[in-house]
Design a binder for this molecule. Structure first.
Ligand SMILES: Cc1ncc(C[n+]2csc(CCOP(=O)(O)OP(=O)(O)O)c2C)c(N)n1
Ligand SMILES: [Mg+2]
Length: 409
């Protein structure tokens, strides 16, 4: 794993260098296969052959067929396609608004998902209401799909609540910052779902960096041996803060599944249709009792790790520029326009909706009340606990020791 630091490092050489994991910047099947294939050939653990990147929309917005996964989106309607586009545009707008709010001092921190909209909306829209989702801290697009109000995501980042929403309200667990730990929670939850005999499934989100974490390996193994109905959805955004993927793995990430005994698939993470299709497939496997799947959404973190990070210290501008050409939103727009599935009126209306969302987010955040300082002691145990009572009393004494005690919290 890496450390929470952005110490200056020579920017990594970008596209076209021998770096296997970072070299794929065109988003085409061949480029990604070439780059990942170089690692696969060298690795004793690799399956051999070139890793496949599932793609249904090229970066230019051309629809291409896939023999295995096409059937999961074969009957998608123009309205549903416009819906995916709307989801991506609005969640990007929300994300941009949150970044600005942090810059204005309204949030303590923000972890942008810029560039990862297709991976999140495609997979999020593949889930059913009764499925359960375990996110990291960057799944704003998935939260959107689950119906979590975007402003609820901001309370924790403003420091005015200890989470922000009821996980059971939308079957969307609280954001988890302890890297990789939610994959264990998800697997345990999935084992429970199986014991209940339910036909719902569980999906755990995590990053390329998290895939180096022991917790994730344990989750894979428990998931496999208990045949748990869990989908491991890794957004390989090429970076774990300042650590590139070549420092996280020696085989293409999705191939790690093989060692645990379940399938792994690499999908174009900037292709919303492909992400939707492979996630539907993996969730269907889980529901049918076929056990876990690892999905590696091959994508790119377009922004900084968080607003505390400065990526210019460790990566080259050309790398980002190359990924901009594969923007997930522009790609779907090109397809919608080319197929006459959306007209100017649709885009104009969406722009107005986006403006309204931005305004609502700003207004709600600025009006969020400061928290009760003692709220942190609530909801620790269902029936209270002597140790928590003692800590609450100590904290009360500490608060009372200030000269202005009693004049407010
Ligand atoms: C157990 C643990 N170790 C280290 C950290 C510090 N940390 C926060 S984010 C991060 C990088 C995670 O990278 P990745 O899994 O690729 O996810 P991304 O941020 O790229 O979405 C690290 C190391 C942490 N939060 N938890
Ligand atoms: Mg990452």
């Amino acid at each position: 794993m890496t450390v929470e630091s952005t110490a200056a490092r020579k920017p990594r050489r970008s596209a076209g260098t021998k770096s296997a994991a970072s070299a794929s910047t065109t988003g085409t099947k061949s480029a990604a296969s070439r780059s990942a294939g170089a690692a696969a050939k060298k690795s004793p653990g690799a399956t051999g052959g070139e890793p496949e990147l599932v793609q249904l929309l090229t970066p230019e917005g051309k629809r291409v067929k896939d023999a295995t996964y096409d059937r999961y989106v074969a009957d998608i309607t123009p309205e549903e396609l416009r819906g995916l586009y709307r989801d991506m545009v609005l969640s990007r707008r929300f994300d941009a608004e949150a970044t600005s709010l942090q810059r204005q001092g309204e949030l303590g921190l923000w972890a942008s998902m810029l560039g990862q909209e297709a991976a999140q909306i495609g997979s999020g829209r593949a889930t059913r209401a009764d499925d359960y989702v375990f996110p990291t801290y960057r799944e704003h697009g998935v939260a959107w799909c689950r119906g979590v109000d975007p402003t609820n995501l901001l309370g924790m980042f403003r420091g005015v609540n200890n989470g922000g929403w009821d996980p059971n309200g939308n079957n969307f667990h609280l954001y988890t910052i302890v890297i990789g730990s939610q994959t264990l929670h998800a697997t345990g939850y999935a084992m429970g779902v199986a014991k209940d005999g339910a036909d719902s499934a569980v999906i755990a989100y995590f990053g390329d960096g998290a895939s180096s974490q022991g917790d994730v390996m344990e989750a894979f193994n428990f998931g496999a041996v208990y045949n748990a109905p869990v989908v491991f959805f890794c957004q390989n955004n090429q970076w774990a803060i300042s650590e590139p993927t070549e420092r996280q793995m020696r085989v293409p990430l999705y191939q790690r599944a093989q060692g645990f005994g379940f399938p792994g698939v690499r999908v174009d993470g900037n292709d919303v249709l492909a992400c939707l299709a492979v996630t539907k497939w993996a969730l269907e496997r889980a529901r049918n009792g076929e056990g876990p799947t690892l999905l590696e959404a091959y994508t790119y973190r377009m922004g900084a790790h968080t607003t505390s990070d400065d990526p210019t210290k460790y990566r080259a501008d050309e790398e980002r520029e190359a990924w901009e050409a594969k923007d997930p939103i522009l790609r779907l727009r090109a397809y919608l326009e080319g197929a006459n599935h959306a007209d100017e009126g649709f885009f104009a209306e969406l722009e107005a909706e986006s403006e309204a969302l931005g305004k609502r987010v700003r207004d709600v955040v600025r009006a969020m009340p400061d928290p009760d300082n003692f709220a942190i002691f609530e909801n620790v145990y269902a029936d209270g606990h002597a140790l928590v009572d003692e800590e609450r009393a100590q904290f009360a004494a500490y608060q009372a020791s200030f000269a202005d005690a009693g004049e407010g919290k």
